[in-house]
Design a protein around this ligand. Sequence first.
Ligand SMILES: [Zn+2]
Ligand SMILES: [Zn+2]
Length: 268
Amino acid sequence: MAGFSYCTLGSGSSGNSLAVWDSEGLFLVDAGFSGKEIKKRLDAIGQAPEDITALVITHDHSDHVKGAGVLSRRYDIPIYATRKVLGGKFFNKERLSAEKEIKPDKKFNIGNFEILGFEVPHDASQTLGYRIQSNGSCMAIATDIGHMPDRVIPILKGCDGLVLESNHDIEMLKNGPYPAYLKKRILSDTGHLPNTESGDVLIKVIGPETKHVTLAHLSEENNTPEVALETVKTILSSNKVKGVSVIPASQEEVGDVVDLRRPFAHSS
Ligand SMILES: [Zn+2]
Ligand SMILES: [Zn+2]
């Protein structure tokens, strides 16, 4: 069957993982939960860790890699990451089943999937977003981004689905309980993308083919799903962008399965 499906297993500062699969294989982008928790969340969508063929890593912050070592060893799964990430503080100490070095702006293949990693500004060893395509369907994931560089905009265009960071409401963050150094870090050019900028990015990249947008990596202190949705939808409607389903990803729960095999339909 042409196309593929994807689903956020969870998204936020306590853990991130995206499952991507077609009839022939499954891989994860990030493994920021324990091995046990990832198994439980895969169960919820009828998938199993034994079937994971690759772990593709965005960056080496623990909310993205916590379970990567254990999954790699237990199920003999290769880790796909850049040299800087594989050589960084986290993976340096982990024993892995196999390392597959990837490079920004250079496509690689996993099963039927063609994947392009692109660098985004964030304070890890190195941080990539990914554009994933197979059989004429395409999605992109970009989270943990201080600001969106102009060079990334064309890469996010032309996708059926997007998983984009919508981390915080700037006023909630400024007036919230975080210590000053943390507020400064999140607001910096290498921190996290606020709701307003997420909306601004979406109006540039959404085209007629774009049907599914997942707002991801929502802060639990400085954002709510309602605030993120309201902010982004207001920006979309004031720019006359219509016909797109926008859903916030959850930290606690597995998201809807987005099925690009049956164009433009949610399976749940
Ligand atoms: Zn993160
Ligand atoms: Zn991060």
